[in-house]
Design a protein around this ligand. Structure first.
Ligand SMILES: [Zn+2]
Length: 74
């Protein structure tokens, strides 16, 4: 039984700083509160970007064409 204390390290998605993945890093995987907010802000902006609703004009004609009936045999 070896109780190995593995110190996992990740890189902050915002500034690429090395962040230790432990209880002390409250904002992991970010290095700081600032970086976390920056990333969340960017994400929110993207969310707003795709808010445009598709104004697809739907014409009333049927999209499916009438299939040719099998009239090979007379
Ligand atoms: Zn950072």
């Amino acid at each position: 039984m070896s109780n190995k204390s593995q110190s996992l390290q990740v890189n902050c998605p915002t500034c690429k700083n090395v962040v230790e993945w432990n209880e002390n890093s409250k904002h992991r995987p970010f290095c700081s509160d600032r970086c976390q907010k920056i990333d969340l802000g960017a994400w929110a902006n993207e969310e707003y970007g795709i808010a445009a609703e598709p104004s697809e004009e739907w014409s009333g004609d049927s999209s499916f064409t009438t299939e040719p009936s099998e009239q090979t045999l007379q």
